[in-house]
Design a protein around this ligand. Structure first.
Ligand code: MRU
Length: 351
């Protein structure tokens, strides 16, 4: 069995699998206007950096389809600006969102005078969606080549089919390694507070018949000492020019624990997740609501009024990362020089 699509285009509507309800209920929400899509991104109906970028492109296609025909590039840009702004404001860390919106801007420039803009915007969204699946398969194969025989690996959050157009980044590497017969099993950290590891990653892997064991984050050090996984494999929300990586809160802890135990750290991400304009300390980190921590399904689990710190992501320094795997290959021991050389030779992400 394979993972259901997180994102579907159905005639003239966008359908998103409501990931907040997984694994208990498989239910799609239908969208015909962009502001509601922006709210769905913010509210975690769809999540994961590449999936957020794909969804934003479809939302811009909805915006263009609903808009009366405009006479010029600048008129189209003005008419679509409220949708673009709502999407840009939805989640600040995942750079794929801004990468996708910039590709939409180019479509406005190229087709804003032609009368073909709504069709061109939808074609772009479908292209980004299709390409992402192929990119993940390439990431999976490059990453799997680093996995030795009979390996156990540890993953965090969900960087799987649900977080992308399909196949996944970190879970793409895991899927390819399983196909190649080198993988013994996977430990999935549960990933407080949204439980992406427990609800999504363990579900995806079990559907593919890949052996997975779920553990709380607090068990990571003990598990690494006892079970000696070969790699920690995670995705990314933004890879900075100096090789620092923003990913789900708790990734930095894992990188420190991994280094202490001689476990290698792999980040799997497409070049659309790279941001060569900033270094790690400048990556904007999304702060989410206190209720995500003080409540569990509406029931208080902390004293009323208790102050809360709830960053959704952290930044792992490049020095703790052994390999960043993209669709173009592997950046070993990442640093500024290696990251920029990789992007330059791939002709990728010139912003
Ligand atoms: O808050 P989320 O669920 O959107 O966080 C997702 C992650 O941190 C993923 O690891 C990252 O976006 C990569 S998904 C291929």
């Amino acid at each position: 069995m394979s993972t259901p699509d997180a994102i579907r285009w159905n005639q003239d509507c966008l359908e998103l699998l409501d990931q907040r309800l997984l694994p208990n209920s498989l239910s799609y929400l239908s969208f015909d206007e962009p502001i509601a899509v922006a709210a769905a991104i913010r509210d975690m109906v769809v999540r994961g950096a590449p999936a957020i970028g794909i969804t934003a492109a479809y939302a811009m296609a909805l915006a263009a389809a609903r808009c009366p025909p405009q006479p010029s590039v600048s008129a189209w840009a003005t008419a679509l600006a409220p949708a673009r702004q709502a999407l840009a404001d939805s989640r600040p860390t995942a750079v794929n969102l801004f990468w996708a919106l910039q590709r939409c801007d180019l479509v406005i420039e190229q087709h804003g005078n032609s009368g073909e803009l709504p069709l061109a915007m939808l074609a772009l969204a479908q292209q980004i969606h299709r390409e992402d699946i192929a990119i993940n398969q390439r990431i999976g194969d490059h990453g799997a080549a680093l996995i030795g025989a009979n390996s156990l690996v540890y993953t965090h959050c969900n960087a799987g089919a649900l977080a992308t157009g399909g196949y996944g980044t970190a879970l793409g590497v895991i899927r390819s390694a399983w196909r190649d017969g080198t993988l013994r099993g996977v430990i999935a950290g549960e990933t407080r507070p949204w439980l992406q590891g427990a609800r999504l990653t363990s579900w995806e892997l079990m559907q593919d018949g890949i052996p997975v064991t779920l553990a709380i984050e607090g068990a990571a050090a003990q598990l690494m000492r006892e079970l000696r996984p070969a790699w920690v494999i995670v995705g990314a929300d933004r890879v900075a020019a100096n090789g620092d990586v923003a990913n789900k809160i708790g990734t930095y802890n894992l990188a420190i624990i991994a280094r202490h135990h001689g476990v290698k750290m792999m980040v799997a991400a497409p070049t659309s997740t790279f941001d060569r304009s900033i270094d790690g300390p400048q990556i904007p980190i999304e702060q989410r609501s206190a209720e995500e921590i003080t409540h569990n399904q509406g029931v208080a689990t902390a004293p009323q009024g208790c102050p809360v710190h709830n960053p959704a992501f952290d930044v792992t320094p490049a020095s703790l990362i052994d390999a960043i795997v993209t669709e173009h290959g592997v950046i070993h021991q990442p640093n500024r020089e290696a990251v920029l050389a990789h992007l330059d030779s791939a002709g990728a992400n010139r912003n």
